[in-house]
Write a protein that binds this ligand. Structure first.
Ligand code: FES
Ligand code: FES
Length: 160
């Protein structure tokens, strides 16, 4: 059904007139040009399409666009504030925590959600919290290091 959907996207009020049964992933990518949100499996398995919905990491391929009415959606593009990378984005670069980069937006947004819940996670908690985001390039060790480093750097208050 075509309907009007109002929500906040990357902190800006947004209004769309779309078929509410479409997946949020394809509305973000095709209608709004936010291609940082990646299509991997389309089945909720890989985590490449992860976005934040009301600060919780969600798989956008499994979310219907009608379900985001009135909510706050943050994509990887929205983590940059005033032209500055978020500490997690910077830590991923500093630790070379990627190879092809396809999983990276989903990894960073999942890590963001994890650090909101546990600002100073142990290594085991990071591994467990990131376990369902897949990286075909095998960058997991460096990803964990990057998240540890970002968490340490953000100690004393969330920056971003
Ligand atoms: S594309 Fe959504 S979980 Fe893989
Ligand atoms: S860096 Fe290539 S899939 Fe993770």
């Amino acid at each position: 059904m075509i309907e009007t959907i109002k929500f906040n996207l990357n902190r800006k009020p947004t209004q769309l007139t779309v078929d509410g049964e479409r997946s949020l992933l394809w509305v973000l990518r095709s209608d709004l040009g936010l291609t940082g949100t990646k299509y991997g499996c389309g089945k909720g398995i890989c985590g490449a399409c992860t976005v934040l919905i009301s600060n919780k990491a969600m798989r956008s391929c499994q979310v219907l666009v009608k379900e985001i009415k009135g909510k706050e959606v943050i994509t990887i593009e929205g983590l940059v504030r005033n032209g500055k990378l978020h500490p997690l984005q910077k830590a991923f670069m500093d630790h070379d925590a990627l190879q092809c980069g396809f999983c990276t937006p989903g990894m960073i947004l999942n890590a963001y959600s994890l650090l909101l819940e546990k600002p100073q996670p142990t290594e085991a908690e990071i591994i467990e919290g990131m376990n369902d985001n897949l990286c075909r390039c095998g960058a997991h060790v460096r990803i964990v290091q990057a998240i540890q480093s970002a968490a340490q750097g953000m100690r004393g208050g969330r920056k971003g």
